[in-house]
Design a protein around this ligand. Structure first.
Ligand SMILES: [Ca+2]
Length: 450
């Protein structure tokens, strides 16, 4: 009888223990209990598997990386393609991302991805990067192995999806980050955490995960701040390391942009001593690392179709990046298309769905007045994440007394403003208050990026 009670108690204790392990959000989420943990212990920087790639030496990068040519996820996306990955010999990889307003309908919602040639096991994985700063594109850093392999007890496991994931731009806020590790497509430990800065602030940030199998844990860091420790569903098969951007279902938001990019400053992998794992042949990719250095890109335009050259309707799409209020329409001037705004209280408008509070932005536009009496402005309003306005209108007025005004010719107008507290979006207005004004080549970004 005594023996039976003891056995029953053990069962109950085990049940509690395993229940605790399986939901991925239990007491193992212990960022406040890690004081005694030395995250550097057992690092093997001299291991032959270890690498550091700051992308200053093309041959070195070519030895580690390939470029992915693939598509996964929703039907509307156009995959991750090699031509979107470029390298600059100053030590930066740029991966382009095309949103739904990109002019070529065959490339909308398309990103790119680097993948290691071989698979790596437990260790510290670090990437210093800038994410795609627009909704719709998910920037991610992850290990991946799919298929059949032996577990650490020597039993063959099938349909494995062994993966450790840091995903950025989730839940409609660039402060949110997803940390997830997987055993199979169904079995995973997952949390959403919030950094105290917007990850699309234009600065470099360091994303790190530290994978141990004995004892099993994955620690997730942003800028060396620990956000999550997972002790369940810790992978045990070596995976290929991927870094890139792609277009998932709505969880990354609406891709209401034309073109932007992510950048990678360096990636480092350092194994840990004494961490068992099952080797695998994951890795590969379809194309080589870029063969030649190409110039770093100019700052992307947060305004879609800023030159008014794209006519989406002609491409069989009904969306258009611009809306008109009262009298605003695109017109041809020779081979060039411009926006004509006429009469009192008319405007062409565009909602830019991303704005960082407290940060200065610059808008530039070319404008032409139909006559010296025409007046208008380039203006911005601010909205919260919903349709509620916040802060006040800012504007650069346009008239024949504007600096740079030239009769019958285009001249430049500049508007600078700081996004007010609580604002998440910018509504841009190209306004006419009388007469007729032509607008072209409208551009906006964070001033520090330009
Ligand atoms: Ca134009």
């Amino acid at each position: 009888m005594k023996k039976f009670i003891c056995f029953a108690m053990c069962l109950i204790l085990s049940a509690v223990f395993f229940a605790g392990c399986k939901d991925g959000k239990d007491s193992t989420d212990d960022e406040n209990r890690s004081e005694s943990y030395d995250r550097d212990e057992g690092l093997l920087p001299d291991s032959e598997d270890a690498f550091f790639d700051d992308f200053t030496n093309r041959d070195h990068s070519d030895g580690i990386w390939n470029v992915v040519n693939s598509k996964w996820g929703p039907a509307f996306n156009h995959g991750v393609r090699p031509e979107n990955v470029s390298w600059n010999d100053s030590g930066v990889v740029t991966i382009r991302s095309f949103g739904k307003y990109y002019g070529d309908a065959n490339k909308t919602c398309q990103g790119g991805c680097l993948i290691t040639k071989k698979a790596y096991g437990p260790g510290r994985y670090e990437a210093r990067m800038k994410l795609v700063p627009r909704f719709g594109a998910c920037t991610a850093f992850w290990t991946y192995m799919y298929g059949t392999a032996k577990d650490l007890d020597g039993n063959t496991q099938t349909k494995l999806n062994q993966e450790i994931d840091i995903e950025l731009n989730v839940g409609g806020d660039f402060r949110n980050v997803w940390f997830t590790n997987w055993h199979t497509e169904d079995l995973k430990a997952h949390v959403e955490k919030t950094t105290d800065f917007a990850n699309n602030d234009g600065e470099w940030h360091l994303y790190t995960f530290e994978w141990h199998t004995d004892p099993a844990r994955v620690d997730y860091y942003v800028d060396n701040v620990l956000y999550y420790t997972a002790r369940s569903y810790v992978p045990y098969v070596a995976g290929a390391l991927n870094i890139g951007n792609w277009f998932p279902d709505s969880w990354a938001g609406v891709p209401d942009f034309e073109e932007d990019y992510m950048q990678i400053d360096y990636v480092r992998y350092t194994p840990y001593k004494g961490q068992p794992y099952t080797p695998s042949s994951a890795g590969g990719g379809a194309a080589n690392f870029p063969a030649v250095s190409t110039p770093l890109p100019n700052a992307a335009n947060l305004v879609s179709n800023g030159g008014f050259e794209y006519t989406y309707v002609e491409q069989g799409r009904t969306v258009n990046a611009w809306s008109s209020y009262q009298s605003a329409e695109t017109v041809k001037e020779g081979g060039n298309t411009v926006m004509k705004v006429s009469g009192e209280d008319s405007a062409a408008t565009q909602l830019v769905s991303v704005a960082n509070e407290g940060v200065e932005y610059t808008v530039t536009a070319k404008v032409k007045l139909a006559d010296a009496n025409s007046v208008g402005s380039v203006a911005a309003y601010f909205l919260k994440a919903n349709t509620e306005y916040v802060g006040s209108r800012v504007a650069a007025d346009i008239s024949s007394s504007s600096e740079g005004y030239a009769s019958g010719e285009y001249f430049n107008v500049t508007l600078k403003f700081i996004v007010p507290e609580g604002a998440k979006r910018i509504s841009l207005y190209l306004e006419c208050a009388g007469g007729e004004i032509f607008f072209d080549d409208v551009f906006m970004n964070m001033t520090k990026r330009i």
